[in-house]
Ligand binder design. Structure first.
Ligand SMILES: Cc1ncc(COP(=O)(O)O)c(C=O)c1O
Length: 302
């Protein structure tokens, strides 16, 4: 069995490109996709201290939530297997497709799948629902959907502490948990910029604000114009960009999160958004297994 400390810090890659050179920009990539073949990126950062808490509390079971293609469920399943935790997944149903790659992987890792109706799934944040689950799974630690809670932020803050000195730290934004952890963990002068992958997600500013202390004065911002049509939507331009980045820099991207992040970085650099001479550190938040889900849904992925 592995220990949590067996997952070691990820490397940093520096990208050279004429657009960056034109503006004297340095682009570092924190390769959190290389943390582990499956428990990678922000999923590991969010899980690490949750799993540590579970182990230190003497528990051996967890319950968590997600949709059938969730990166969080995928990573949690492998984490349960390698750290010998009995896992229960409350999956948004009502029915489960036995061929879905995420669910196949969860079953192969020995997790128990509990499909629930969309109506029941909506209750996942309600105190009385969570209490009933805790009664049902007495010896389990309950981790919220996407893994975002206070322990997750601690893991992302730890990631922030490993980054090189930067003018900008950039990440893709889904729920905002990763962005909040980065804001909490980066030095005062660093701008934390998030790229929203959902369309019309202006509520995120509030959500991130709720995760941060009231007196936060650190500069952060979410850019809402790089969603390419919405969550998991792609454009030929975005897909071809992802292919090029893999070919030229051996930087594998998927179009749901990291593809949109890097596409935005190059578009912003081209527009002269970053002050000349800036150092940008982009977080590769992993999620590469999401490509299996996209292939399964037959989105034209190479
Ligand atoms: C690969 C990847 N990157 C980024 C994110 C966004 O993280 P957050 O939900 O903390 O904003 C997610 C969320 O699921 C993800 O799977």
């Amino acid at each position: 069995m592995l220990a949590l400390s067996d997952i070691h810090e990820s490397p940093i890659q520096t990208i050279r490109h004429p657009v960056l050179e034109k503006h004297a920009l340095t682009l570092h990539v924190k390769r959190d996709d290389l943390l582990h073949p499956v428990i990678q990126g922000n999923k590991w950062r969010k899980l690490k201290y949750n799993l540590q808490h579970l182990q230190q509390s003497g528990l051996k079971e967890l319950v968590t939530f997600g949709g059938a293609f969730s990166n969080h469920l995928y990573a949690t399943s492998m984490a349960c297997k390698i750290f010998a935790i009995k896992g229960h997944l409350i999956v948004r149903g009502p029915e489960l497709d036995p061929h879905n790659p995420t669910l196949k992987m969860a079953s192969a890792c020995g997790l128990t799948l509990h499909p629930v109706s969309r109506l029941e799934y909506k209750k996942r944040h309600q105190a009385d629902y969570l209490q009933a689950l805790q009664t049902r799974f007495k010896h389990a630690f309950i981790i919220p959907e996407g893994g975002t809670n206070i322990l997750a932020l601690k893991g992302v803050e730890e990631l922030a502490s490993t980054l090189p000195a930067s003018d900008y730290v950039m990440t893709a934004v889904g729920s905002g948990g990763t962005l909040a952890g980065l804001v909490a963990g980066t030095p005062e002068h660093t701008q934390v910029l998030g790229i929203a992958v959902l369309k019309g997600a202006q509520y995120l500013e509030q959500e991130v604000g709720n995760l941060l202390p009231d007196n936060t004065t650190k500069p952060w911002q979410i850019l809402h114009n790089f969603h390419h049509g919405g969550y998991a939507k792609t454009t030929p331009e975005l897909l071809s960009f992802c292919t090029q980045m893999k070919k030229r820099y051996a930087l594998p991207l998927e179009p749901v999160y990291t593809g949109k992040l890097f596409f935005a970085i190059f578009a912003l650099a081209e527009q002269g958004y970053f002050e000349n001479g800036s150092v940008i550190t982009a977080i590769h938040t992993g999620g590469l297994q999401g490509l299996d889900g996209l292939r399964y849904m037959q989105k034209n992925i190479a």
